[in-house]
Design a protein around this ligand. Structure first.
Ligand SMILES: NC(=O)c1ccc[n+]([C@@H]2O[C@H](COP(=O)([O-])OP(=O)(O)OC[C@H]3O[C@@H](n4cnc5c(N)ncnc54)[C@H](OP(=O)(O)O)[C@@H]3O)[C@@H](O)[C@H]2O)c1
Length: 326
């Protein structure tokens, strides 16, 4: 009897209910490939957008009329179950985490990836659940704070959406980088954001940061809840507004500020960066984990069989940190 893997498929863009469980033969790793037995995988906002096919311009990469790859899930952790010919970086039994990215298929029991994909050894300090989300919030926020915003020690940073996946990682990373951190969140999450390292917490339902006198070197709008135009007055003269949610407003602000003005608006698509660029960033994050400066915040853990429920919770827009399936 052929051994089978369990995965989740999406044949047309839409709501969580469009997700369907599927069984397929477990693939044999080819030259340079490893077979991973997945222990945990993330259910991120990006996964939700890929499932729904939004924003529509993303379909240029995902497939115009229907998803080009029918399996879902992008970030994972697990153990190497088999290695293909010529594999030198990994051996059977190694614990790893990484990014399937646009290969998809991380919300599954097994996956084959190339050893040169974004795959690195899992540090003992991380559980499989924590390791599974490292390539979502932590990797994106390190990219935005260090590479895109060029945040420096001693600078003031405002993190909008500090209780989400990107935000909860950003608070810890900015603190580890020696920045002076303020985060926005609701009252129910204020203790969590302060415990992650924020020196000051703004309740977004009660206070509007744009009406306050404080000026920031960096405003990291993790959710796209503000805009460069609104945030500009709260930036220092050389301040940077960085946002991972691309829209026409942000695109226009990036174009305008690239040619004029001292305050800048910037975006990056972290998952589209090459493994050679991302791997050293994961190295930095692993060091932060091992130094006790970063622990991914896990909100809920669901069995893989409940992926639809996990997507529904993620889509409320009110998760705290990360959602994982095991
Ligand atoms: N460009 C890239 O490289 C990249 C990479 C990864 C993700 N992304 C994108 O980044 C975005 C953020 O994802 P995420 O996973 O961090 O989000 P998330 O975890 O779903 O954010 C949820 C959190 O945001 C809080 N929140 C809601 N409205 C708020 C507001 N107005 N002000 C402050 N906090 C608010 C919620 O708290 P309450 O419940 O208290 O309201 C909740 O804790 C997504 O759009 C995703 O697609 C981009």
């Amino acid at each position: 009897m052929t051994a089978t893997l369990t995965a989740w498929s999406i044949r047309r863009y839409g709501a969580p209910e469009h997700l369907t469980p599927v069984s397929r033969p477990i693939p044999t790793p080819g030259p340079g490939e490893v077979l991973i037995r997945i222990r945990a995988s993330a259910v991120s906002r990006a996964d939700g957008m890929m499932r729904a096919g939004t924003p529509r311009f993303a379909r240029l990469f995902l497939g115009l009329r229907r998803p080009r790859h029918d399996l879902v899930g992008t970030c994972l952790s697990g153990e190497i179950a088999a290695t293909g010919p010529g594999v030198s970086r990994f051996a059977i039994g190694d614990e790893v985490f990484g990014l399937a990215g646009l290969k998809f298929g991380a919300n599954a029991s097994h996956i084959c990836l190339s050893e040169t994909d974004m795959l690195v050894p899992k540090p003992a300090a991380l559980s499989f659940e924590e390791a599974a989300v490292m390539c979502d919030g932590p990797l994106t926020s390190l990219n935005f704070l260090r590479e895109v915003a060029k945040l420096r020690a001693g600078e003031k940073v405002l993190i909008l959406g500090a209780s989400g996946s990107l935000g909860s990682a950003a608070v810890q990373i900015a603190t580890a980088m020696g920045a002076d951190v303020t985060g926005t969140c609701s009252a129910r999450n204020a203790d969590m954001v302060a415990a992650l390292g924020a020196g000051r917490v703004i309740d977004y339902a009660q206070e509007d940061f744009t009406r306050q006198a404080e000026r920031y070197d960096v405003i990291y709008d993790t959710l796209g809840v503000s805009s460069f135009a609104k945030a500009k007055g709260s930036l220092t003269r050389s301040g940077r507004y960085v946002c991972p949610v691309l829209g026409l407003g942000l695109l226009g602000a990036m174009l305008r500020t690239s040619v004029a003005g001292t305050r800048k608006a910037r975006f990056s698509a972290t998952g589209m960066l090459k493994p050679d660029v991302l791997r050293p960033m994961l190295g930095t994050l692993v060091e932060m984990v091992e130094d006790g400066k970063l622990v991914p915040f896990i909100d809920r853990v669901y069995p893989l069989a409940d992926l639809i429920e996990a997507h529904r919770h993620m889509e409320t827009g009110h998760k705290r940190g990360n959602v994982v399936v095991v």
